[in-house]
Design a protein around this ligand. Structure first.
Ligand SMILES: Cc1ncc(COP(=O)(O)O)c(C=O)c1O
Length: 231
């Protein structure tokens, strides 16, 4: 998040197409002054229109400066020494991410990518043969392919939760699939390959009463807001 914008929640409007699901690209920042500040803070915006923000957004100045300054420091004094020198700032990342998602700093783990995070969480579940794993229809490929591979080794089944008439995951269909053998429910909140916005909050409400672990891929969804994560 850009230094100039830290702590600011973007006022966003989400429009719902008639009869269709909510799409995350329908989110619009409505505060034009904030938008201008965000653009001014992102050097790439000065020279081009870059639309692939779901896959990898243009870094704002504060990210560019922090990363290049740290690399320079590593070149000057060594990687471990530069990490020790930056320790206070590194630790504060855990508390700022915790504030973003409504969790204590001790519950935050940082990894090299969304796929890496997902797999670490998935593989930490103590599966036994016969367990069921429920996934969203629009599950992200880099998550679900290793899940399918692991299912063969572990003797667990992977089942897709049906979508509703609007094309988004149907929380009531999920409710109907739950039983004591469901060990994990994994949903992708905002799949970047199709723009869908799955109803994470309603899913959270259905699962709160069940004993299954829940894994939410909130990549992209977090770019807009942390809504649904509290569920
Ligand atoms: C919803 C979603 N999950 C996971 C990923 C994978 O991210 P990464 O390249 O950080 O592993 C992406 C990438 O675009 C994504 O959109």
């Amino acid at each position: 998040m850009a230094a100039g914008t830290a702590g600011i929640r973007c006022p966003a409007a989400v429009s719902r197409r008639r009869g269709g699901p909510a799409l995350w690209w329908d989110r619009r920042v409505t505060d034009t002054a904030l938008l201008s500040r965000l653009r001014a803070d992102t050097p790439g915006c000065l020279t081009q229109v870059h639309l692939n923000n779901a896959g990898s957004a243009l870094p704002p100045s504060v990210v560019l400066d922090a990363v290049t300054a740290h690399l320079r420091r590593e070149a000057e004094i060594g990687g471990y020494e530069a990490a020790a020198e930056a320790d206070d700032r590194l630790q504060s990342v855990y508390s700022s991410l915790g504030r973003l998602v409504g969790a204590p700093a001790s519950s935050i783990a940082l990894t090299s990518s969304a796929t890496d995070s997902f797999l670490r969480a998935f593989l930490s579940v103590p599966f036994e043969a016969g367990d069921r794993v429920l996934v969203a229809q629009a599950e992200y490929a880099s998550n679900v392919i290793p899940v399918l591979q692991a299912s063969r080794r572990l003797g667990i089944t992977v089942e897709a939760i049906p979508d509703g008439a609007d094309g988004a995951l149907d929380p009531e269909a999920l409710r109907g699939m739950l039983d004591e053998r469901v060990k994990l429910v994994s949903i992708v909140h905002a799949p970047s390959h199709n723009g869908l916005l799955n109803p994470a909050e309603a899913v959270g409400q259905v699962l709160r009463a069940s004993g299954s672990a829940t894994l939410e891929d909130a990549f992209v969804a977090l770019l807009g807001s942390a809504e649904g994560l509290e569920a």
